[in-house]
Write a protein that binds this ligand. Structure first.
Ligand SMILES: NC(=O)c1ccc[n+]([C@@H]2O[C@H](COP(=O)([O-])OP(=O)(O)OC[C@H]3O[C@@H](n4cnc5c(N)ncnc54)[C@H](OP(=O)(O)O)[C@@H]3O)[C@@H](O)[C@H]2O)c1
Length: 165
């Protein structure tokens, strides 16, 4: 099972200088709760933006075209096919965790989408690729709690891919 997971603003912005454009600790906690004990796939730039260290209790796959790339405690892979092959053999869910290039490459293979939609406009430089929403339907939408540390209006959304019978 492949699930794309990301947070975006209302312009589909997802990144700024290889980091997140906002600070929303509730969403980071949601990401942690959702992905712990599963597999994460991320691009080399996102991985390095996180300090070049994997998140605990998650098998991290870093994708790069650099055959000499090395990093500790992660699996380094070099193609979409290699990741799909690995994922098929796993019982755990494989979460596609960004950034833009990785979402674009893997969205055609994803079964589900977990999107945090922040109803604000931030400044940044990385966007989620265009989605063909005709292929997806919303199955769950929950407003996240707002407080001093999480001052935005935001929603946890879940979509499933439409079945083609
Ligand atoms: N809001 C969110 O939920 C969220 C989540 C994750 C990331 N982000 C943001 O997204 C931004 C980064 O996105 P990005 O598109 O610039 O970079 P990225 O997707 O993190 O990484 C791109 C790199 O991945 C490798 N790659 C991509 N496609 C590949 C393929 N088909 N085969 C092998 N390797 C491949 C290449 O590495 P090499 O150059 O080494 O070959 C490429 O330069 C950051 O701002 C980050 O904060 C946001």
């Amino acid at each position: 099972m492949l699930i794309a997971i990301w947070a975006q603003d209302n312009q589909a912005l997802i990144g700024k200088n290889n980091r997140l454009p906002w600070h929303l600790p509730n969403d980071l906690q949601f990401f942690k709760n959702t992905t712990t004990n599963h597999t994460l796939v991320m691009g080399r730039k996102t991985f390095e933006g996180m300090g070049g260290r994997p998140l605990p209790k998650r098998q991290t796959i870093v994708l790069t075209r650099d055959r000499n790339y090395q990093a500790e405690n992660v699996l380094v892979m070099h193609s979409v096919a290699e990741v799909l092959d690995y994922s098929e053999k796993q019982a755990q869910t494989t979460f596609i965790a960004g950034g833009s290039a990785i979402y674009k490459a893997f969205l055609p293979y994803c079964d589900k989408i977990y999107r945090t939609y922040i109803n604000e406009s931030f400044v940044g430089d990385a966007y989620f690729p265009t989605i063909d929403w005709r292929q997806w339907h919303l199955v769950d939408r929950l407003q996240g709690p707002q407080d001093e540390k999480n001052p935005y209006e935001y929603y946890y959304e879940k979509y499933n891919r439409n079945r083609v019978d």
